[in-house]
Design a protein around this ligand. Structure first.
Ligand SMILES: C[S@@+](CC[C@H](N)C(=O)[O-])C[C@H]1O[C@@H](n2cnc3c(N)ncnc32)[C@H](O)[C@@H]1O
Length: 327
């Protein structure tokens, strides 16, 4: 891994480019699959900000309700021993929700450094500009790259205790098995006493969930199709984007909400020398947005070496920010 200090406050991993090999591997698998972490180029970042502002996408308002109205409760849980810490946010995006916590911590003159990690350098620039304006006294070290590569980097540059935020739907973008594995890996990288705050979208009326990902304006559809546009531009692929259609499902039993793209015709797509054949109506598995029960959350914490300190819900009880400590 080749890491470089780009400015005083921004560190990037210049070898993040597994894009080509991951895409080729995904298109060779059955069913065809693309990893949703590649959704976030500049256009994808903008589309995701539009998704967060959609009336159907209740997740943003639920977690905003928690971060705006229960800020002190979160602050108390993460500042229990008064020692300085690094506040590391995995997949920070534009820090829309965490900025309320950052403001409260700074107003209370708490000694911490904010370390947002994101695979999208573009959204980290948006975040830096926004936070420099809103909270000029905040110390920020931005880490551009994959979650665990950048967490290792954060640990190598500072040995202060860690408080890790993993908000929004991020943990839901893994299936249950992957999220268990992820929490175990995270636990191994943290020390006893460190804290993890994870946002979980709870199971609720299936119509409410499906509508959030099947919006009338078609923004989620554009968000999915944008990955084909990105592949055409960055990998010189030749997807005919009009020949694919977004399709969303939700299974209220397993809690898996899944996005697919359907090939509307039998067609071939080229990426470099490789040819990928699509049958008419063949699907590409694009993204999972897993929904959880409170029991799922407790099991996940206990089975990955954490103890639950607090569970903070929004006023509708649709979403929970669960605060865990390494035991
Ligand atoms: C669904 S958005 C959520 C943003 C923010 N957590 C929120 O709740 O508003 C996911 C963010 O995580 C980033 N991301 C996705 N996969 C990642 C990975 N493997 N490593 C680092 N960042 C990732 C994306 O670039 C994007 O900004």
């Amino acid at each position: 891994m080749n890491l470089q200090l780009v400015s005083n406050h921004k560190i990037e991993n210049s070898q993040t480019d597994n894009f080509h090999s991951d895409i080729v591997e995904g298109l060779k698998s059955t069913p065809k699959k693309l990893h949703s972490k590649y959704f976030y180029d500049k256009a994808g970042d903008r589309l995701f900000q539009q998704i967060m502002a959609m009336p159907e996408y209740y997740l943003t308002n639920c977690e905003l309700d928690i971060f705006k109205n229960k800020t002190q409760e979160i602050t108390d849980a993460i500042t229990f021993d008064d020692s300085p810490f690094d506040l590391i946010e995995l997949g920070a995006g534009d820090a829309m929700k965490s900025s309320f916590l950052l403001k409260n911590l700074t107003d209370n003159q708490i000694d911490f450094t904010y370390m947002p990690i994101d695979i999208s350098g573009n959204i980290l620039s948006v975040l830096n500009e926004k936070l420099n304006n809103e909270i000029p006294e905040l110390e920020i070290v931005s880490l551009e790259g994959e979650y665990f590569d950048m967490l290792d980097k954060a640990t190598s540059i500072s040995n202060r205790r860690k408080v890790v935020l993993f908000l929004g739907g991020n943990i839901g973008n893994m299936d249950m098995e992957e999220s268990y594995h992820f929490c175990n890996e995270l636990r191994r990288k943290l020390n006893r006493g460190d804290i993890l705050l994870v946002g979980f979208d709870l199971k609720k009326n299936p119509h409410t969930i499906l509508n959030a990902y099947n919006d009338a304006a078609g923004i989620t559809s554009s968000f999915n199709l944008n990955l084909l546009v990105r592949m055409n531009r960055e990998l010189e692929a030749d997807f005919d984007v009009l020949n694919y259609q977004h399709y969303q499902t939700y299974d209220p039993v397993s809690g898996a909400c899944k996005s697919y793209l359907i090939s509307l015709a039998e067609q071939n797509v080229h990426i470099g020398n490789e040819v990928f054949h699509f049958e008419e109506n063949e699907v590409i598995d694009m993204e999972i947005s897993q929904k959880f029960s409170k029991k799922n959350i407790r099991n996940m914490a206990n089975n990955s070496g954490f103890h639950i300190l607090n569970e903070i819900s929004d006023s509708k009880n649709w979403f929970v920010d669960s605060i865990w400590q390494v035991v």
